[in-house]
Design a protein around this ligand. Structure first.
Ligand SMILES: Cc1cc2nc3c(=O)[nH]c(=O)nc-3n(C[C@H](O)[C@H](O)[C@H](O)COP(=O)(O)O)c2cc1C
Length: 328
């Protein structure tokens, strides 16, 4: 059993923080479909302390998604402390510090995210001060290092543990790799072996088999999944079934379409119209995956902005496939 504060987790599968993807509707769906812990997308500490509406909106949590972690990012220790306190008021189970975002605007220009890897003193100050500023357990998500020649994940894992981080997620890439190349799980194992806090492995878990392989061959305490969950939101429950039975259950068309409708309803409820429909477009591919004529149907759905036609088209598609869809 892995414990983080009051959370007791049995070989947890975690939904990764993903900007514009890990919003409340998707987090709720992933929890229903087997994720044990979900994280919000990263939230700007500067935006939080300035009451920026879009940042505060990202702190809205629903009971059905718990346990949930709010991830914050920034380069200024004072600002991160204040932002962590604001995030804590939103009532998550965890606060996560982003030490991995590779983008130019975050990492290079402002020195936040993976940029902290090049400024160890600042990185340590942020983690230490945030840990002491809030009562909630603080976790850190990071990368192997800035580039191939400066991989310091083992040293950093020990540092984060010493500073009071309660768990660590390691994405097995450097900042220079962005999201290209392959995640190196050997480094994740080395980080795990170096500390006694829980270490979650992340990067390139694409299906149930790879999730379980990361547990069994690399010794991690948990597996965090990002793109694999967008491509297949059932990955969490499939991985659990695979662990128990050695078989990966197939998801039938009825469940795929019913889940698609449920998620769309949540998206509309949370975001209103037309945003709830437009921002849902990135999920059609995952829900229609492997269904007959999926790409043609998806192209039609992608052009729609009103909910009525989307619901009608999915209903008609269900009839074409000979299934009936109720709410999931
Ligand atoms: C669209 C997108 C947005 C992301 N946004 C964040 C973020 O806000 N915070 C973060 O720590 N990582 C972010 N990531 C990185 C993921 O959390 C994860 O570390 C990475 O995608 C590797 O895992 P995967 O192969 O399972 O996707 C993002 C990744 C993607 C694809």
């Amino acid at each position: 059993m892995t414990t983080i504060g009051e959370l007791a987790l049995d070989r947890p599968l975690l939904l990764a923080p993903m900007e514009d993807v890990s919003d409340q509707p998707f987090r709720l769906m992933c929890r229903r479909l087997g994720a044990d812990v979900v994280y919000t997308e990263f939230v700007s500490s500067e935006g939080l302390i300035r009451d920026v509406r879009v940042c505060l909106e990202k702190l809205r949590l629903a009971d059905g998604e718990r346990p949930v972690g709010i991830q914050i990012y920034g380069a200024q220790p004072d600002v991160m402390v204040e932002a962590a306190r604001i995030a804590e008021q939103a009532g998550p189970e965890l606060i996560d510090i982003n030490v991995g975002c590779p983008t130019k605007s975050v990492a290079t220009c402002s020195g936040a995210g993976a940029g902290l890897l090049r400024d160890p003193e600042r990185m340590a100050a942020i983690v230490e001060r945030v840990v002491h500023a809030v009562d909630l357990p603080v976790t850190v998500k990071t990368r192997l290092g800035w580039d191939h020649d400066s991989i310091r994940i083992v040293e950093n894992a020990r540092l984060f543990e010493r500073l009071g981080a309660r768990a660590l997620t390691v994405h097995g890439r450097t900042r220079a790799q962005q999201r290209k190349g392959e995640a190196d799980w050997q480094w994740i194992r080395r980080a795990k072996e170096a500390v006694s806090i829980p270490v979650f492995g992340n990067g390139d878990v694409k299906d149930a088999e790879s999730a379980i392989r990361m547990f069994e061959e690399f010794g991690v305490d948990g597996v965090m999944i990002g793109r694999g969950a967008v491509a297949n939101p059932w990955i969490f429950q499939q991985a659990k079934a695979y662990r128990e039975t050695g078989q990966v259950p197939e998801i039938g068309p009825e469940e795929k379409l019913a889940s698609c409708l449920t998620h769309l309803e949540l998206s509309i409820e949370y975001k209103g119209l037309p945003r709830g429909v437009i921002e849902f477009r990135k999920h059609y591919k995952g829900y229609l995956r492997d269904l007959p004529l999926a790409s043609a149907v998806r192209s039609e759905l992608m052009a729609m902005t009103e909910p009525g036609p989307v619901f009608d088209r999915i209903d008609a598609y269900a009839s074409e496939l000979g299934v009936s869809v109720g709410a999931f």
